[in-house]
Design a protein around this ligand. Structure first.
Ligand code: ZN
Length: 203
């Protein structure tokens, strides 16, 4: 894995509004049912530090739907770039069904509101599950690190309000966290200790 041509800031304006992080799975095996909890985080931690086949990092909003309905929290660009895709207008209260374990969007299509930003070097960052009508940028907009992209919600394949932040290089997902099971050099400005949030604040 090459060193990143850029380094990311935490894509959350209000880090203290967030609790657990559920990260990228580095275990190549694919599982079914309850075994989907079998995974390997960048540093070797198991679920809930990751889950099977997860390609991004989930930052879970503390207080879940109550907090979201009370005002939620902005998602910001993790680095400078250009907006290359967005979607908005989808239902944002999708939730986990306790009986089936599946996501339930109350009869609405399971489609996310999202923003995708293209950076230098063939790198893209993706921001998923935003609140309905919160997307604040358009395709072609230039964004600077720290610019607001939208608001944390629970649209699409989402069981609780959170941001799914995914990094891709030439279309292939990669984990921006460095570790024994990931790449040796972090793509964050400072990724912090395992379980902690990366440093917020842009260069
Ligand atoms: Zn996710």
């Amino acid at each position: 894995m090459p060193r990143s041509p850029l380094q990311f800031a935490l894509p959350l304006a209000d880090p203290e509004a967030f609790g657990d992080t559920i990260g990228v799975d580095h275990d190549p095996d694919v599982y079914e049912g309850i075994e989907r909890l079998i995974c390997l985080a960048y540093d070797g931690r198991p679920f809930p530090a990751c889950y099977d086949e997860h390609n991004g990092s989930d930052y879970l909003l503390l207080g879940a739907f109550e907090a979201m309905d009370a005002g939620s929290s902005p998602v910001i660009a993790a680095a400078d770039g250009v907006v290359v895709d967005t979607e908005d207008g989808n239902y944002d209260h999708c939730h986990g069904d306790a009986a089936t374990g599946e996501v339930d969007c109350d009869g609405h299509p399971e489609r996310a509101n999202f923003v995708i930003v293209e950076h230098d070097g063939g790198v893209r960052s993706k921001y998923w599950h935003l609140m309905t009508d919160s997307v604040a940028v358009q395709v072609g907009d230039t964004v600077a690190c720290g610019d607001t992209l939208g608001i944390v919600g629970s649209s699409g394949n989402s069981s609780t309000p959170h941001l799914h932040f995914q990094v891709e290089l030439e279309g292939t997902p990669l984990d921006p966290y460095a570790g024994e099971y990931s790449q040796p050099e972090t793509w964050w400005i400072d990724q912090g200790e395992p379980g902690d949030l990366p440093t917020s604040g842009c260069p």
